[in-house]
Design a protein around this ligand. Structure first.
Ligand SMILES: Cc1cc2nc3c(=O)[nH]c(=O)nc-3n(C[C@H](O)[C@H](O)[C@H](O)COP(=O)(O)OP(=O)(O)OC[C@H]3O[C@@H](n4cnc5c(N)ncnc54)[C@H](O)[C@@H]3O)c2cc1C
Ligand code: FES
Length: 290
């Protein structure tokens, strides 16, 4: 059985200078000087970024998964995250330039649990969801685990992290829905054979909710856990507003709403009530006054 530790974390607020911006297909990768966040970070955690500048009406921070963190050495520690342009906040971020400052809070959330040394693991990333899995792969390799990685996206320009993943692992499996890169299909198509080939004891995944649910089902069919980083809509990112709640079954069998920003974003896929996400199930603790 895999031992899963729960590390401690302590978020800080920092004003970080943008050190570098790099375009990858549809994505923009940020490297930002933020030593306090870099030092405390564990794979799976995220950062909440203020958008719109000092006079903005966009009061809510936007959340982005962290990867490629370099703790301080000769230079101050830096953090990296990658964004896709979706709405007003991310479009504002796309207009930033090196030398601009960002107001950041992090590292936030519970990191991926770390198994005992040598645990074989398959990592599955969808779109920019590959980003937080890259440092997790590094951590597992450093702990003598055999690791396979499957990365996928709808189209080739929405893939992220192919090169660093190949550098890290030598060989990865790539899927796209339309076949424009790698094999045509979903990340869950090659997952069963990867689990069986490796004798994997755990799966880690990050990507769209539908993909995470499907990954959880494949892992369950192989009787192994899947630890998934969800991307539920978040307004505060720090546990105050309840925007991000998910129905999750506890170890006592009771289902509760949990805040994915502070009790997640990493969850055991087998505990999430996927079919009930977005609703209030009648048997949920508190739903009928129980
Ligand atoms: C843990 C986590 C990790 C993520 N990692 C990444 C990543 O690595 N890369 C990436 O591109 N995206 C990531 N996302 C998604 C990213 O946060 C959203 O794409 C981003 O917030 C979109 O912002 P926007 O202003 O462009 O879009 P908008 O649609 O304008 O804003 C969406 C956000 O605004 C807030 N918001 C807006 N209106 C309301 C409302 N009425 N009530 C409550 N809240 C509201 C919410 O915070 C919501 O998330 C992540 C999300 C989470 C939760
Ligand atoms: S985003 Fe506010 S409680 Fe989670």
């Amino acid at each position: 059985m895999t031992e899963l530790a729960t590390p401690q974390y302590k978020p800080v607020q920092e004003t970080g200078e943008i050190f570098d911006l790099t375009r990858f297909g549809e994505y923009l990768q940020f490297t930002v000087v933020a030593p306090g966040i870099a030092e405390a970070y564990r794979p799976g955690q995220f950062v909440a970024v203020a958008v719109g500048g000092a006079d903005t009406s966009m009061l809510l921070r936007r959340s982005f998964a962290l990867y490629g963190v370099k703790p301080g050495g000769d230079y101050a520690g830096t953090i990296q995250f990658v964004i896709a342009a979706k709405g007003k906040g991310t479009r504002w971020l796309f207009d930033r330039r090196p030398g601009d400052s960002l107001d950041l809070v992090g590292p936030l959330g519970v990191p991926f649990p770390v198994p005992r040394n040598g645990t074989p693991a398959v990592l599955v990333g969808g779109g920019y969801g590959t980003a937080p899995l890259l440092p997790m792969a590094e951590l597992l390799i450093a702990a003598d685990s055999e690791v396979e990685m499957i990365i996928g996206a709808a189209t080739a320009d929405r893939l992220f992290g192919q090169l660093p993943a190949k550098r890290l692992l030598g060989k990865i499996t790539v899927t796209t829905d339309d076949g424009s890169a790698g094999q045509r299909g979903w990340v869950t198509d090659p997952l069963p054979s990867a689990i069986e080939r490796l004798g994997a004891e755990i799966v880690y995944a990050c990507g769209p909710m539908g993909m995470l649910r499907a990954v959880g089902e494949v892992a369950k069919a192989h009787a192994i856990p899947a630890q998934v980083a969800v991307e539920e809509s978040m307004a505060c990112g720090i546990g105050v507003c309840m925007t991000c709640v998910l129905p999750v079954r506890g170890s006592d069998g009771v289902s509760r709403f949990v805040r994915s920003c502070v009790e997640g974003p990493v969850f055991d896929a087998g505990r999430i009530r996927w079919a009930d996400v977005g609703s209030v199930p009648a048997d949920l603790f508190g739903a009928d006054g129980n």
